[in-house]
Design a protein around this ligand. Structure first.
Ligand code: ZN
Length: 133
C-alpha cells in the first residue's frame, strides 16, 4: 500500500461558518473551498496547512454519521485521512489482509476525491480514511 502523507484531519462541527472563524481568522489558514458530499450527508470546508488539510464536517441530515458522532461525542476530531496513490488497490489489499472495512469499495469524497474508511474496530478506534486525489 502506498500511503504518502497525512492528507487531512477531519473535525466534526455543529456549524461550518462558526467553526471556520477559528481556522481562518485565528490560525490564519487558507480556505481551499467548501463542498457538499451527498454520499456522507455532510458539508465540508477544507483549509490548507502545508501539504495537509483540515477538513471541517457539518452534518446535513440527522441520520448523517457526523450527526450521530456529534450527538455521542460533541465537536472534535473525527478521523485521520492518509493520502494514497491507488485507493482501489489499497482497499483490495486491506480486504485480503482481512481488515474490517466500512467501505468495501471506494466512494466519492470531497473535491472529486475517492475515499474509503477502515472500520474503527480494525484501527484502535481511530477512524481511518484513505484518500486518493
Ligand atoms: Zn475526510
Amino acid at each position: 500500500m502506498d500511503l504518502n502523507k497525512i492528507d487531512h484531519i477531519g473535525i466534526a462541527v455543529e456549524n461550518l461558518e462558526e467553526a471556520s472563524v477559528f481556522y481562518r481568522n485565528v490560525l490564519g489558514l487558507e480556505l481551499i473551498g467548501t463542498d457538499e458530499v451527498p454520499s456522507q450527508k455532510v458539508r465540508v470546508a477544507m483549509f490548507k496547512i502545508g501539504e495537509s488539510k483540515i477538513e471541517l464536517l457539518e452534518p446535513t441530515s440527522p441520520d448523517s454519521s457526523i450527526a450521530k458522532f456529534l450527538e455521542k461525542n460533541g465537536q472534535g476530531i473525527h478521523h485521520i485521512a492518509y493520502g494514497v496513490t491507488d485507493v482501489d488497490g489499497a482497499v483490495i489489499e486491506l480486504i485480503e489482509k482481512e481488515v474490517r472495512m466500512i467501505d468495501k469499495e471506494p466512494r466519492p469524497g470531497a473535491s472529486g476525491s475517492k475515499i474509503a474508511f477502515v472500520h474503527p474496530k480494525a484501527s484502535g478506534r481511530v477512524l481511518t480514511e484513505l484518500c486518493e486525489h
